[in-house]
Design a protein around this ligand. Structure first.
Ligand SMILES: Cc1cc2nc3c(=O)[nH]c(=O)nc-3n(C[C@H](O)[C@H](O)[C@H](O)COP(=O)(O)OP(=O)(O)OC[C@H]3O[C@@H](n4cnc5c(N)ncnc54)[C@H](O)[C@@H]3O)c2cc1C
Length: 434
């Protein structure tokens, strides 16, 4: 049977149960669709670093496929338009993909299903647990993380499946190699996409440098690769499987040591898992200013373009926030602590609609993941999973605790010249003599 496998956020061959389920095809067409540019909240396009990382992941996948006599067809366009054309042109009899959260992703899949007259199989491949292993039906997903964690404590993550040595042949003779990326990684975060780099970082963090041992104490460092695992970029595009990370932690605990840090790292994977399943449940509500019936009314619901532009450019009156935003745009990275600080500033100090901040993060983060990004923003805005109804970080205290000598702020040029409080336009001029 001629089959088509559509890669989404699972850009890997190892531990890819969706792909592995289609190795019995006579011919297998492998496709990736470049993410659509959807302007949203005054933000368009995809940041240079995020684009570079994605291209690197695609190039490596393409090379791994070539070694197995296969190709990756990279196309642009909506799945519901492109895939039916491929089905017709290559006389495909079965389409498959691995499920990924997101409202548009869900809608595309629904539209695709409606347009196809052949079977479409949707595998689950990017979570720790299979949906069938969860001790509750998805509509009964606990409203808060602590309860979720308690309920999944007794289930083990699914076991990773090995990469196939051989793949069915492709019906296409040739597919262009993804273009060479024109931008280099920033020297402050020299990481490249692709599953071998993700695997290398996993080995380095857990087994070689054993930074996992002190993770709980170091995870709030503001620079990438310094304190936390920095595995999220590979986890987000799926060039690294979350089950392999869980397996690495568990192997380290069995062979070396289990302590509060190793347990904490696993707990962070559970946060990812929680947001993953929540995003399916929340669907379009993940993008609403306020979601859910019982949520408190947000007082912040304005959009002030100048404040937003200054936050994006790292030009506010908060030096640490400026440094964080400059780090994000230059490297595609911001630590978890940094994200919390920058998000709290946008929501509380600048009183802006949280979704604008989330959209800017979406553009730039190497590890952009719809469920974790919008879920965490909702959490801080107090419209999501936070039982405390939002977080307001004291920016001065955060700077004292996490950048006591101001070196991080200095490094990223966070101290900006003071800005006038009001913009004087031609109609007001000259204001000073009055
Ligand atoms: C406003 C905001 C936006 C965010 N946007 C994203 C996003 O788009 N993509 C993303 O992967 N993470 C996001 N996070 C979560 C978190 O900041 C990153 O996962 C983490 O900083 C990645 O660094 P790391 O790999 O070194 O994490 P580690 O601390 O080493 O943790 C290991 C892994 O656990 C998961 N994890 C850790 N913390 C969280 C968390 N709070 N929520 C969900 N998963 C977590 C990640 O997969 C991470 O790679 C966001 C957090 C905030 C506050």
């Amino acid at each position: 049977m001629r089959q088509l496998y559509w890669f989404q956020t699972d850009l890997r061959l190892q531990d890819n149960p969706g792909l592995s389920a289609h190795l019995d095809a006579n011919q297998l067409l492998l496709v990736y669709l470049w993410p659509k540019n959807r302007p949203w909240c005054n933000v368009t396009g995809i940041g240079q670093q995020r684009e570079r990382f994605l291209l690197e992941s695609l190039r490596e996948l393409h090379q791994q496929l070539q070694q197995r006599g296969q190709h990756l067809l990279i196309l642009q366009g909506s799945p519901e338009l492109v895939i039916p054309d491929l089905v017709r042109d290559y006389r495909i009899e079965h389409v498959a993909t691995s499920r990924t959260p997101g409202f548009y992703e869900r809608k595309s899949l629904d539209n695709l299903r409606a347009r196809l007259s052949i079977p479409l199989t949707v595998h689950s491949g990017n979570s720790l647990f299979r949906e069938s292993a969860l001790p509750f039906a998805l509509p009964d997903l606990p409203g808060h993380f602590a309860e979720f964690r308690r309920q999944v404590a007794s289930i083990a993550p699914a076991k990773p499946v090995p990469a196939a040595d051989a793949l069915p042949p492709s019906p296409v003779q040739y597919a262009a190699v993804p273009p060479i990326e024109t931008h280099a990684p920033h020297t402050a975060l020299p990481v490249r996409g692709g599953s071998s780099n993700g695997q290398r970082r996993l080995r380095q963090f857990i087994f070689e440098e054993q930074d996992i041992v002190d993770y709980k104490a170091t995870r709030n460092c503001l620079d990438g690769l310094d304190g936390s695992s920095t595995l999220s970029p590979w986890l987000a595009d799926g060039s690294l499987s979350v089950r392999e990370v869980a397996q690495g932690i568990s192997r380290f605990e069995q062979e070396h040591l289990r302590n509060a840090s190793t347990e904490h790292l696993f707990m962070e994977l559970l946060w990812r898992e929680y947001f993953h399943w929540r995003a399916y449940q929340d669907d379009v509500n993940l993008f609403r200013l306020r979601a859910g019936k019982q949520q408190k009314r947000l007082s912040h619901c304005t959009f002030e373009p100048r404040s937003f532009a200054r936050w994006c450019q790292g030009d506010t009156e908060y030096p640490l926030v400026n440094a964080l935003m400059r780090q994000l745009v230059a490297t595609g990275w911001m630590s978890n602590r940094g994200r919390q600080i920058a998000a709290s500033c946008l929501i509380n100090e600048l009183a802006l609609d949280w979704r604008y901040g989330a959209a800017f993060f979406e553009k730039h983060l190497l590890d952009y993941d719809v469920a974790s990004n919008y879920g965490n923003w909702q959490y801080i805005a107090g419209v999501g999973a936070d039982p405390r109804g939002g977080r307001h970080f004291n920016l001065e205290k955060q700077a004292r605790e996490h950048d006591p000598d101001g070196l991080f702020t200095e490094k990223w040029g966070g101290r900006r010249p003071p800005q006038p409080e009001f913009v004087v336009d031609a109609a007001d001029w000259p204001i000073q003599g009055n």
